[in-house]
Design a protein around this ligand. Structure first.
Ligand SMILES: [Zn+2]
Length: 399
């Protein structure tokens, strides 16, 4: 005979009860585990999180199933003596939430079996959503939505949910959605005309109490389809959140909420086109700038150090310069603490830009390299940039 009579097995809506303290054990400093002769508190298990609540005003932060030792109620603070009579109260909003998720899961799992012969292999109630791992090989929006629709129809038909305790002989004659994970007498949860599953969780009286089920997303994971869903109050909270996000985006467009997908797609298309046009303009600008710089060239070599010019723009200018015959460009740019270099030459000019760049970068205390006709690099010694470019130029003219 187990120590704790589990009242939650008999009535999932019972939240107030009186019980006798059977055992009090200090666990870790300040935390005490209380065992009662009976409890309405559901301990963590079967994918359903623990109830919380109070025992004579003490906060019960978690309940742990300790098998034959009963249910441990973890509390903090002054604890009652052994044999004391205490009054327990389960947090109803948390219990209702867990019931909605758990009963919702039974319904959704059976919907996948009914429609696609796809059993559920795992179930978890998380902080704000729930997950089931389903043997659904090719999940599509259409399949998922069909299951969600069937599940919600079962909810709105407000079917009765009953608990059946059966012996192992009786079990063999029943068609269960899930193989029992233990021997002996079994507790079955029956959703009238729809589902029969062994389970130790707390469930709604009728399916209507679940309110609604929605699937938020799904992904393939470890050969199964992991489905993220919410039921009941979580479905409402999730709707509010999704609606708020959608309306905030819509406000940016000064449009209606349901027009966002089309407007966003249009915006992205427009952005792509703008990028294309900017690239063209930048190329044009580089060509004009290259022409101006060519006028300053001596011995076919253009040298110039810019302030705060990024590597991409520097390279574009170098490319515009190397398009001219017999031209070498030694370009630099400096920011606060970074020096950048690009060396380039036209196909008919002489000089190994890669080798020169490596040499220059060593002097800059940095790194760089590239091809014989175009190389990039940079380093720390910003103050040596002019000097280094002059040096590289002298190497080219003397060589
Ligand atoms: Zn269950």
């Amino acid at each position: 005979m187990p120590v704790t009579e589990r009242l939650y097995y008999l009535d999932s809506h019972l939240i107030e009860f009186e019980a006798r303290v059977v055992d009090v054990t200090e666990r870790v400093s300040g935390w005490t585990a209380i065992v009662l002769n009976r409890t309405a508190f559901y301990p963590t298990g079967g994918g359903q999180p623990s109830d919380t609540g109070t025992l004579d005003g003490m906060r019960v932060v978690e309940c742990i199933d300790d098998g034959d030792r009963g249910v441990l109620h973890v509390v903090q603070g002054v604890t009652p003596a052994r044999d004391a009579i205490v009054r327990g109260r389960v947090d109803w909003s948390r219990r209702l939430d867990h019931m909605q998720q758990h009963t919702g899961q039974h319904i959704l799992s059976q919907a996948f079996v009914t429609l696609f012969n796809a059993p559920t292999r795992g179930f978890r109630v998380l902080d704000t959503s729930c997950e089931i791992d389903v043997e659904l090989s090719e999940p599509t929006t259409e399949k998922i939505e069909r299951a969600v629709e069937l599940a919600n129809n079962v909810i709105w038909e407000d079917r009765a949910i009953t608990i059946r305790n059966v012996t192992s002989e009786e079990v063999s004659e029943l068609s269960l959605r899930k193989e029992p994970s233990r021997e002996g007498e079994l507790r079955l949860i029956e959703i009238e005309g729809f589902d029969l599953t062994p389970c130790g969780g707390t469930h709604a009286y009728r399916t209507g109490e679940v309110g609604m089920i929605v699937v938020r997303s799904w992904e393939r994971a470890k050969g199964l389809t992991r489905i993220d869903f919410v039921a009941g109050t979580r479905a409402l909270a999730d709707y509010r959140k999704a609606n708020r996000s959608a309306r905030e985006v819509a406000a940016l467009f000064s449009s209606g909420r349901d027009d966002i997908p089309q407007l966003t797609a249009h915006l992205l298309e427009e952005q792509k086109e703008l990028h294309r046009r900017i690239r063209l303009l930048e190329e044009n600008a580089a060509e004009v700038e290259a022409e101006r710089l060519l006028e300053t060239a001596s011995d076919g070599i253009v040298t110039h150090v810019f302030e705060g010019r990024d590597a991409e723009s520097l390279k574009r200018l170098a490319q515009a310069l190397m398009a001219n015959p017999r031209t070498i460009a030694l370009l630099g740019s400096r920011d606060k603490d970074t020096a950048r270099l690009v060396f380039a030459r036209s196909a008919d000019a002489l000089g190994d830009m890669n080798a020169l760049m490596r040499e220059a970068c060593t002097m800059l205390d940095g790194r760089g390299g590239g091809k014989p006709d175009l190389a990039q690099g940079g380093g720390k010694h910003v103050e040596r940039l002019d000097e280094i470019i002059t040096l590289i130029k002298s190497k080219l003219t003397s060589g």
